[in-house]
Design a protein around this ligand. Structure first.
Ligand code: ZN
Length: 77
């Protein structure tokens, strides 16, 4: 389940909410002042998926000398 960080426009507070995808677009009340003037700040879930880029850079350092394929089994390897 994704963890969302919300920012409250009324008390300027920030809080995190665990919610399912089906409820992700519903307004969330501030846990401090109960205001509904909140907006989603960042999604930690999407921040995690962005980490996939590090896998790519480690693979390019992985020792394959072939520039045209990711494996070592093509005709130019
Ligand atoms: Zn608030």
């Amino acid at each position: 389940m994704p963890l969302y960080e919300y920012h409250c426009n009324d008390c300027q507070g920030e809080f995190e909410v665990l919610c399912s995808f089906s409820r992700a677009d519903e307004p969330v009340s501030c846990i401090q002042c109960n205001s509904s003037h909140t907006r989603r700040a960042i999604s930690l879930f999407s921040a995690v998926s962005k980490g996939g880029g590090s896998m790519e850079s480690s693979r390019s350092k992985g020792g394959s000398s072939c520039a045209s394929c990711a494996a070592t089994s093509c005709s130019t390897c």
